[in-house]
Ligand binder design. Structure first.
Ligand code: UN1
Length: 512
């Protein structure tokens, strides 16, 4: 059996004391509720954490506020240099942190390492960005006037992250926020607090070596209540939240009520369109990895395949055969492709979705089910399933965070694109084709309505350099690369008059 203890100790997780943490100092109000963190891999308890209450939250947010004036005074490239050092520290801890991600969350070891790599990549990106927080210069309509804009830090950025990418999505937010001069208050998923505590220690090691005040990185382990405190707190000008659409709507409403900003990255219902001109070998790998990778628990997971009728039977047969080769088991053992779901609640939701799909007339060509017996003692391992459905079925319109793949057939590309778009979510999408006209139509204004649209690549596995996020119920936010940094700053337009008179804009005359 896998021994997590040395990793826990190398990552310095003394979890029971870590209800909240301000830099390297952790604490907990007396009487705090204790939660056991159970690995979905083997059902063993990894550690217990204390859940923060209002007083803990208060201490953390005040520490963050106190650190802000110091941090924002440091030049952005200097902040970038510190983020570079965080990237170096993550390289040093990649092996341990990747294993802990895999053990606490259940994703395959390859994906656990991939997640840490994604953090390292965003550190590199943020370092470069720290010298490129550009505003524009514009020509004034008035003589001897200079007009320009600049970006200033916002203050405390609240980050609510989900269990499925327990650390990478936090790092997209935190690394950019830090180079932008903001301070961060992080509420990780209560299902995966240990990786968050490990990251807090890694970051603190670097911050302490650079005399950065503790409050620049604050962590609060808690449940929904802590998220609500953050969403309602005017001291937190930006709340960046990743998770379900239900959670996002609640956060958005609370933040909007105080006219704060929210940055939302919510559910997806991602489809791949497979046309007669597709390379079917590539389509097969893209579809299978997209559907079973991370056991179907990515927001970018491939949930629907929209397949042309002329290749439908052939592709379905190949898919069924490929699913027969997917090895399910301990994600820390690299012979397995797919690990467990996060917990038994997720298993119940998966089983319920299968029942609902059947009740609506779905035809399962690969049956699902819960795995039992040796190696599956945690009760969280399930079989990836495939069902033939209609796009308008209620269950197909819904994002089920599990490896259930829906097959839909189409005749005309217009119809395929319409079905791809005809869901409430708008995160990721893909077309498999070697036909230029089909590809360009898919990418055009009349094509995919998603934030991410790929050609000959599956729906998951975006690189950090692009803006990440989606439309409609996905929440509209963009994180990570491109100009996503702008969400973490406030823009100020400046006009300077260096003449000896005071001409008014729009030619208005006002003489005294
Ligand atoms: C998520 O599932 O919340 O594009 C993020 C991907 C990963 C990030 C997924 N790079 O699949």
């Amino acid at each position: 059996s896998f021994d997590i203890a040395p990793i826990i100790s190398r990552l310095r997780i003394n979890a029971v004391n870590d209800a909240f943490s301000i830099g390297g100092h952790s604490g907990s109000a007396a009487g705090a509720r204790v939660k056991d963190i159970i690995s979905p891999v083997d059902g063993q308890k990894i550690a217990s954490v204390r859940m923060a209450g209002v007083a803990d939250y208060e201490q953390a947010v005040e520490a963050a506020r106190a650190a802000f004036p110091v941090w924002r005074t440091m030049p952005a490239p200097k902040r970038g240099e510190i983020v570079r050092q965080i990237g170096e520290a993550l390289r040093k801890y990649k092996h341990d942190l990747g294993r802990l991600v895999s053990y606490e969350m259940g994703k395959s070891l390859q994906e656990g390492y991939g997640e840490v790599q994604e953090m390292i990549d965003i550190c590199d990106f943020a370092l470069g960005q720290s010298r490129q927080l550009y505003g524009l210069h514009m020509h004034s309509e008035r003589p001897q006037h200079r007009m320009f804009e600049q970006y200033h830090p916002l203050g405390v950025v609240g980050i609510i992250s989900a269990f499925n990418f327990p650390v990478a999505v936090w790092s997209w937010n935190a690394m950019l926020a830090w180079v932008c001069g903001d301070v961060c208050l992080w509420k990780p998923s209560e299902k995966t607090p240990l990786t968050a505590i490990a990251c807090q220690h890694i970051v603190h090691e670097v911050f302490a070596a650079n005399n950065v005040p503790d409050g620049v990185s604050c962590l609060v382990i808690g449940d929904r209540e802590v998220g609500e405190l953050m969403a309602n707190d005017p001291r937190v000008p930006l709340v960046s939240a990743t998770g379900s659409t239900r959670m996002g709507k609640a956060v958005a409403a609370a933040v909007a009520a105080r006219l704060g900003r929210s940055l939302l990255e919510l559910g997806g219902n991602n489809a791949i369109i497979i046309t007669p001109d597709a390379d079917l070998d590539m389509a097969l790998i893209g579809a299978v990895f997209g559907a079973v990778g991370t056991a179907g628990q990515r927001c970018t997971t491939t949930r629907r395949l929209i397949i042309h009728e002329s290749i439908y039977q052939n592709f379905k047969d190949r898919l069924v055969k490929a699913y027969g080769q997917v090895r399910i088991g301990n994600p820390l053992d690299e012979q397995f492709h797919m690990g467990p779901l996060i917990d038994q609640d997720a298993v119940r939701i998966y089983l319920d979705a299968i029942d609902k799909c059947k009740a609506e007339g779905g035809n399962f060509v690969v049956a699902g089910g819960v795995l039992t017996g040796k190696g599956y003692e945690s009760g969280c391992y399930v079989k990836p399933a495939i069902a033939e459905v209609r796009n308008n079925m209620t269950i197909v319109q819904h994002e089920t965070f599990a490896p259930i793949l829906y097959l839909i057939r189409y005749k005309e590309l217009d119809e395929a694109i319409a079905m791809q778009n005809d869901v409430p979510q708008g995160l990721s999408s893909a077309i498999m084709t070697n036909n230029l006209r089909e590809a360009e139509q898919f990418l055009s204004y009349a094509g995919s309505d998603c934030g991410i649209a790929n050609v000959n690549i599956g729906t998951s596995g975006a690189e950090i350099g692009g803006a990440f996020g989606g439309e409609k119920e996905t929440g509209g936010g963009r994180e990570s690369g491109s100009d996503a940094w702008k969400a973490y700053m406030r823009r100020q337009t400046n006009t300077v008059n260096y003449s000896t008179s005071l001409p008014l804009a729009q030619g208005i005359r006002f003489d005294l």
